[in-house]
Write a protein that binds this ligand. Structure first.
Ligand SMILES: Cc1ncc(COP(=O)(O)O)c(C=O)c1O
Length: 365
């Protein structure tokens, strides 16, 4: 398919380096541990609460443009104030909205700058590119922790508009050291520092309480990772005055009424069941990590619902053999360097995890 050259001239040049997201699902896959989704929640109560909320939705009406009930429900669960929250269709949309709003280039830089780590969640870079930002990616250290010194040097050299730090990080699974995140936060006083806590329900502690002392800190969250990815609900928590500005680029009806109502109902009436499920996944994570370590495979200590493993053979080889056995995980071998021996394995149901362990044992033997 070739694009009419007159139209091609109108496209952002950055698009030439990007590809549309295409899920990779080879034939014959029976166990999907590739997308950091939670396994199905066995709680009937969660399903009932959602079904009732959807059934009661006024289908002829547009959604609540301010997502009032949902923001209040999130506020109650997190300790934020409703006016400190902006909701998106997943945190993916929130990333895009923030980058849209914060994109004034800092003179003399010709373009706005987004600073993050590598490896990390790819949507920061992809979305930044699509919005005309210059992305800067600072490698994590040998333990996959934040290299605060290198981050600070980058901030001094090319002051960023926005800094993204995923903690726990995807794909490495570990929380970034609090002291290092704080160093970056202090060095980036003229930037918005977003700590992405998408996996916080599997970790020990959040840094959201730092917001009281650091107006440049924002927290990104989602309900996707605790078994509710289908609803597409994520949010940012930040200074209320900043939220007021960010909200100007949000489409009024960005989150469907069914999603708003379902998420509100779960947060209000079934959150204990969601937390119990996350706790069960955490327990499975620790079991799987221990068993993988017994295969002589290095496992990075995980604070998320997936594990980051160093394969003795090239990751591409192990990945291919797992696919042949019907198990799909995520490989990053195409990136090269230290990623050529790394795989990311999502924690699934106990049955799926057993399938993974059995297949992995055969692949790395
Ligand atoms: C670190 C991180 N942030 C954000 C997201 C996006 O989550 P959502 O489903 O809310 O768009 C992901 C999804 O994989 C993620 O890994």
């Amino acid at each position: 398919m070739s694009l009419d050259s007159r139209l091609a001239e109108l496209l952002r040049p950055e698009l030439a380096d990007l590809s549309a997201y295409a899920p990779h699902l080879p034939a014959g896959i029976e166990v999907r541990l590739d997308a950091n989704e939670a396994p199905p929640n066995p709680s009937v109560h969660v399903r009932e609460v959602i079904a009732e909320a959807i059934a009661k939705t006024d289908l002829e009406r547009y959604p609540d443009a301010r997502a009032t009930a949902l923001r209040e429900a999130i506020a109650k669960r997190t300790g934020a104030r409703p006016e400190e929250l902006m909701i998106g269709t997943g945190s993916d949309e929130v990333i895009s909205l923030v980058l849209t709003a914060m994109s004034r280039p800092r003179a003399p830089a010709p373009a706005p700058v987004m600073l993050t780590t590598t490896p990390t969640f790819v949507m920061y870079r992809i979305t930044a590119r699509g919005h005309g930002y210059k992305p800067i990616e600072v490698p994590l250290d040998a333990e996959w922790d934040l290299d605060a010194g290198a981050m600070k040097r980058a901030i001094e050299l090319v002051p960023p508009n926005v800094v993204f730090i995923a903690s726990p990080n995807n794909p490495t699974g570990n929380k970034m050291s609090d002291a290092r995140v704080l160093e970056v936060l202090l060095a980036a006083k003229h930037s918005l520092v977003i700590v992405d806590e998408a996996y916080i329900d599997y970790a020990s502690a959040s840094v959201r309480h730092w917001r009281a002392d650091h107006p440049n800190l924002a927290i990104l969250r989602t309900i996707s990772k605790v078994g509710l990815a289908a609803l597409r609900v994520g949010w940012i928590e930040a200074d209320a005055a900043l939220i007021g500005e960010l909200d100007k680029v949000r489409q009024p009806f960005n989150v469907s009424a069914t999603s708003q109502n379902a998420a509100t109902a779960v947060l209000e009436r079934a959150w204990d069941d969601v937390c119990a499920h996350a706790a069960a996944v955490k327990k499975e994570r620790d079991r799987v990590a221990k068993e993988i370590a017994q295969l002589n495979v290095l496992v990075t200590p995980s604070d998320a619902n997936f594990v980051w493993i160093k394969t003795p053979q090239p990751a591409a080889e192990v990945f291919g053999k797992l696919v042949q056995k019907g198990v799909l995980v995520r490989s990053f071998h195409h990136v090269g360097g230290r990623m050529t021996h790394q795989l990311r394995v999502t924690i699934g149901s106990p049955r799926d995890n057993d399938r993974l362990l059995e297949a992995l044992a055969a692949c790395v033997a």
